[in-house]
Design a protein around this ligand. Structure first.
Ligand code: EPU
Length: 453
């Protein structure tokens, strides 16, 4: 098993370049399946989730050439080889469910998609996806077999545009509606749609492919289905989760990092919180420099929310940072009901963290009175101590890595394939920042490990 041994306490100093966004490239790869035209992507990160999605697309018939060094990927799907997604992709990530939207318009046959996986951060249902596609004319059924379960779907009479009002601005459900609406007859209107930058990138790419799509006010997207597609090329935007990860690492380790590719416009709410705790930042032409200013104050109320709010994927490393701020801070998670599971380990490392089931710090969220431990009080400053940790999911993984970098003493991190689902060239970046660490060689290639987990 691969292990990272980390000797904490060294301020991280230097320069990192943020890689392409995981949650953009994987969705654009799926979108490329809508047509039989060539698509070309640049700034593609070589990470576990992209490798899995590439395998998934190849399974369906995509011919893919990927120059991993250059980050250039070309794909074309002349025809569908199959519309059955094998079970081995079920636990790998959240991408398979999007195959319903992408493939239902391209085949009259059945699309079979295994029950989706992804990080273990709550129930993560797909009811919004299924209800929206049914409203567009798909017949969808969930079948449980002896050891497996899958969605069986078809749209023998094709998909048709309609008005879909999402109960919550779900990123994945908005993306599925966009994919399905691209080949549906007539106009699809998505109300209460997610407006995350990653969703906007999918919209831009669909427009390049030939789909007339507009973003209207008040979370409404309108698109007209087509069967005439064009070749398209797209540069993947830098990953704002990775950017925030290095930003928190700079400040929590009392260092200074120039995060090349960190984009001001996509990190507004994050930067506000950095300012509130007294963290330093300097917004430059090609990125943002984040640095420790000598003291950090807590007393923060942080609520995760849909874009343009403070994103839920920034929450975990930020909580580690809050352990290094003076005073009591409150974090209210309103996107996922169960995204504080990782805090147990931080407590064992010395963090003063208390979970609450009610909504702390002001507004009530949709988890009020539902008994989920979704509010957190963090009291600082607390020293952290090194520990042996098995990483359970991607974002928790970076929080543990950061805690280990801040802690005094040695930590050992295993389960690194989770981290490598979303962080490219992690060792090289840590080395460039002067982190004190070593790695024991991997026995199992990351892709295979990701596929069996
Ligand atoms: N939800 C439902 N029913 C649905 C769909 C969503 O109840 O049918 C609920 C979810 O349970 C959750 C909330 O709606 O409570 C938001 O979920 P959403 O659908 O927006 O999330 P997602 O599409 O599954 C993506 C990212 C996540 C990111 C969220 C929120 C990908 C592959 N994943 O997930 O990223 O946290 O949007 O921004 O795009 C990560 O990268 O580590 C990650 C978890």
């Amino acid at each position: 098993m691969a292990l990272l041994q980390i000797e904490g306490g060294t301020p991280l100093q230097g320069h990192v370049r943020v890689s392409g966004a995981k949650n953009v490239v994987t969705k654009l790869l799926v979108a490329s399946l809508l047509s039989n035209k060539k698509c070309r992507f640049t700034s593609v990160p070589d990470i576990g989730d992209v490798r899995v999605t590439v395998e998934l697309c190849r399974e369906i018939g995509a011919l893919i050439e990927w120059d991993r060094e250059e980050g250039v990927l070309e794909t074309i799907t002349p025809e569908l080889k199959t519309s059955y997604i094998p079970q081995r992709f079920s636990g790998a990530n959240r991408i398979p469910i999007l195959m319903l939207g992408a493939l239902l318009g391209r085949t009259n046959g059945e699309v079979i998609v295994p029950t989706v996986g992804g990080c273990d951060i709550g129930k993560r249902p797909v009811d919004f996806h299924v209800e929206a596609l049914q409203k567009m004319g798909a017949t969808i059924e969930h079948r449980r077999m002896l050891k497996e379960s899958a969605w069986f779907a078809h749209a023998h009479d094709g998909l048709h545009g309609t008005v879909i009002t999402l109960p919550y601005p779900s990123v994945g459900a908005t993306e599925n509606c966009l994919l399905a609406g691209s080949t549906a007859t007539g106009t699809t209107v998505i109300k209460n749609a997610a407006m995350e930058p990653e969703v906007v990138e999918l919209i831009l790419f669909l427009q390049k492919m030939g789909v007339p799509v507009t973003i209207e006010s008040d979370r409404t997207i309108r698109l007209l289905g087509t069967n005439r597609f064009y070749e398209a090329e797209h540069k993947i935007i830098p990953d704002r989760m990775e950017a925030a990860s290095w930003a928190t690492a700079a400040i929590a380790t009392k260092g200074r990092i120039f995060v090349e590719g960190a984009e001001h416009g996509r990190m507004i709410s994050f930067i506000n919180k950095i300012r509130q705790i007294g963290g330093g930042f300097d917004i430059k032409e090609h990125g943002i420099e984040f640095f420790y200013t000598g003291s950090l104050q807590g007393g923060l109320h942080l609520e995760t929310d849909v874009h343009p709010g403070f994103m839920t994927d920034w929450q975990q490393p930020f909580v580690v940072l809050l352990t290094q701020t003076q005073g009591l801070s409150i974090v209210h998670e309103t996107v996922y009901e169960n995204r504080f599971g990782y805090t147990d380990i931080l407590r064992e490392m010395g963090g003063d963290l208390t979970l609450f089931r009610h909504c702390l710090g002001g507004s009530e969220c949709r988890f009020a009175l539902k008994h989920f431990a979704h509010s957190l009080a963090v009291k600082g400053v607390t020293p952290l101590y090194g520990k042996e940790i098995v990483i359970p999911d991607l974002r928790a993984g970076f929080a543990y890595l950061l805690a280990a970098l801040v802690a005094s003493g040695k930590s050992k991190l295993s389960g690194l394939h989770f981290l490598e689902r979303g962080y490219e060239k992690l060792d090289a970046k840590l080395e460039a920042l002067g982190a004190s660490f070593s790695r024991e060689e991997e026995r199992v290639p990351a892709l295979e490990e990701a596929l069996v987990n």
